[in-house]
Design a protein around this ligand. Structure first.
Ligand code: TYD
Length: 135
């Protein structure tokens, strides 16, 4: 099983403003098929709270900050994202939620799959059982 990890994205410093990009093979190894982003999150709200059977993701705080809390079935780990040149790679089969959104936070996610409702596991107990059976 792949590990969750923070990835430093290319960063082109420029007096006119910095530029970063995501390119397959430069820290990101999966094929991405979809991009979505979460924004205008009211204070205190939590997004996510599910796991994906197949989908892998790279999550980037394009603006502002938020936390991604990952659970691998055994251990929980919190990642605070607040730089637009850092991506969090989230492999499939991790339980995840996103919280502590700052004002104007924009969470962008590159996903390895097209949207598929049946890929979601929405209940934590079901996730733990499913994880045990698919370890
Ligand atoms: P969801 O992934 O459940 O968001 P969260 O886990 O943060 O609450 O998505 C919320 C809604 O948006 C849900 O009705 C499905 C829809 N959606 C799409 O249609 N396409 C997408 O790519 C995503 C991520 C969500």
């Amino acid at each position: 099983m792949n590990e969750a990890k923070l990835i430093q994205l290319p960063k082109i410093l420029d007096e006119r403003g910095n530029l970063s990009f995501i390119e397959k093979g430069r820290g990101v190894d999966f094929d991405f098929k979809r991009v979505y982003w979460i924004y205008d999150v009211p204070g205190g709200e939590v997004r996510g709270g599910h796991a994906f059977r197949e989908q892998e993701e790279l999550i980037v705080a394009l603006s502002g900050s938020f936390d991604v809390v990952l659970h691998d079935g055994t251990v929980e780990c919190r990642y605070s994202l607040n730089r637009s040149f850092i991506g969090l790679y989230v492999p499939k089969m991790y339980w995840r939620r996103m919280e502590n959104f700052s004002t104007n936070a924009v969470a962008m996610a590159l996903a390895s799959t097209l949207y598929d409702e049946s890929d979601y596991i929405l209940d934590f107990e079901t996730y733990l059982k499913w994880k045990d059976n698919n370890a």
